[in-house]
Design a protein around this ligand. Structure first.
Ligand code: NDP
Ligand code: HSE
Length: 435
């Protein structure tokens, strides 16, 4: 039998993820070709700065002189896009598809903001787009939702979807690092986006949530329609108070199906220390998916970084090399104009809340605060306020209140009223408390 033709790969970008892909293709060539039924050959790579010193020696491919040198090369079958961003990367992928190449990408920003355009483009050129690495790093969550859970109506997804934020929160909580030092650590480990603002302000998690929501709930969420708060304004004081109360703060991305529509948000959330998501540490991610038939499922693994993300990219390449059928079927179905369930406003969310008030330490303050909460039908579950007897000149305290379950709309109205009280010295700080 003649040897099957290798799958010839061109790669755009060789930074954190691209280097991992090249290493894996080089070091695991034998096992990959055995599984794919043919060789996977990295033929050409495009980088921005070819003279940059690279930390990992990889051989056997040519450096491309331009994006067209890859997208128009008739010998290349598939283009891996691991550059990032939504402009240049989109144009490069469109060019590859137009020139008859399939595309494998790790780019959740493009999928979440321009998925419709990209998939229309792929369909019109009879090519496919694979994107396992776009959510959850090394966790095969895309395949799990598309194939393993396809018999289910997905009722909810709750996930730690950003490795950078989870690393920062873990180091600030467990090792008492300050925020800039923890962020630098995440960048050094290759977890952060080129612009880490996207990580810490919740945008990257919102991009990933939009991708998962599309796959799981057939809904195309505009990223701006996902209410989001990041960890960039988190005060270490709240990490400390949460700890005292038996909670850990994690950045959660959630989407829930309600009979009237869907509700989604990205926010720091207090989780009981004993819950599985609270125990996800460092650059790890976890995704809880609830299906009507399967019930609860939980996926856990490295959510960012060189080799875990390369694992997802190369798995797409192996599958593509053995058969394009699955990816072609998915590409024909995804990001088409289809009716989405209505998006419910945030005030429909019901949650318990953590509320921290910086207040004057004088008689009657507790009564004023609890009066405002009661007037909005918010019930208090517990209160902590530390004595300041060791600092007799300080007549201000932090009052921390945990509420019972309340609708977000009522809670936020109560917060606005509290902010206007004379005894409240700074804007109230509040976070939802997870179940
Ligand atoms: P890096 O910043 O580490 O690497 C980007 C690569 O793209 C570099 O090799 C850079 O070249 C190259 N590049 C940038 N601009 C251009 C350009 N205009 N023309 C040609 N090449 C260019 O990014 P990552 O590897 O971290 O991320 C890549 C993608 O993977 C992003 O979409 C990211 O969101 C996604 N992703 C990242 C994960 C991670 O853990 N890092 C995890 C999951 C997804 P040069 O080397 O010369 O600078
Ligand atoms: N910047 C992303 C993160 C990379 O920290 O999770 C993985 O998508």
């Amino acid at each position: 039998m003649p040897k099957p033709r290798p799958l010839r790969i061109g790669m755009l970008g060789m930074g954190t993820v691209g280097t991992g892909v090249a290493v894996l293709l080089q070091n695991s060539a034998h096992i990959l070709s055995h599984r794919a039924g043919r060789e996977l050959q990295l033929v050409k790579v495009l980088v921005k700065n070819p003279s940059k010193t690279r930390d990992t020696p990889i051989h056997g491919f040519k450096l491309a002189s331009s994006v067209e040198d890859i997208t128009r090369d008739p010998d290349i079958d598939v283009v891996v896009e691991v550059v990032g961003g939504t402009g240049w990367a989109f144009d490069a992928m469109a060019q590859a598809l137009a020139n008859g190449k399939d595309v494998v990408t790790a780019n959740k920003a493009v999928l979440a903001t321009r998925g419709g355009e990209l998939f229309d483009f792929a369909r019109s050129h009879g090519r496919c787009v694979a994107f396992e690495a776009s959510v959850g790093g090394g966790i095969p969550i895309i395949g799990a939702i598309q194939r393993g859970l396809s018999a289910n109506r997905i009722l909810g997804i709750q996930g730690i979807l950003n490795g950078t934020c989870n690393y920062i929160l873990t180091r600030m909580t467990d090792d008492h690092l300050d925020y800039p030092t923890a962020l630098k650590g995440a960048q050094d480990l290759g977890f952060a986006e080129a612009d880490p603002t996207l990580d810490v302000n919740g945008t990257d998690a919102a991009h990933k949530l939009a991708v998962l929501a599309h796959l799981a709930m057939d809904t195309t969420l505009g990223v701006d329609s996902i209410s989001r708060r990041g960890i960039d304004e988190l005060d270490p004081l709240d990490i400390r108070f949460a700890g005292e109360l038996g909670y850990t703060i994690r950045l959660l991305a959630e989407i829930w199906c309600d009979p009237d529509g869907i509700i989604s948000h990205v926010s720091p959330v207090l989780l009981r220390k004993t819950t599985p998501l609270a125990q996800v540490r460092g650059g790890f991610n976890a995704v809880r998916v609830i299906g009507d038939a399967v019930g609860e499922t939980l996926f856990y693994g490295a959510g960012a970084g060189r080799m875990p993300t390369a694992s997802a990219v190369v798995s797409d390449l192996v599958e593509l090399a053995s058969s394009r059928d699955g990816f072609m079927a998915a590409t024909s179905r995804l990001w088409r104009d289809s009716p989405s369930p209505p998006l419910l406003p945030q005030d429909k969310l019901r949650s318990r809340y953590y509320l921290r008030l910086h207040v004057l330490d004088r008689p009657g303050v507790m009564a004023e605060v609890s009066g405002v909460l009661a007037s909005h039908s918010i019930s208090i579950a517990s209160v902590i306020q530390h004595e300041t007897i060791d600092q007799p000149n300080i007549s201000q305290v932090q009052m921390v209140i945990m509420t019972h379950l309340a609708p977000a709309g009522k809670f936020l109205d109560a917060v606005r009223s509290l902010d206007s009280l004379g005894c409240v010295l700074a804007k109230a700080v509040h976070y939802p408390v997870g179940e």
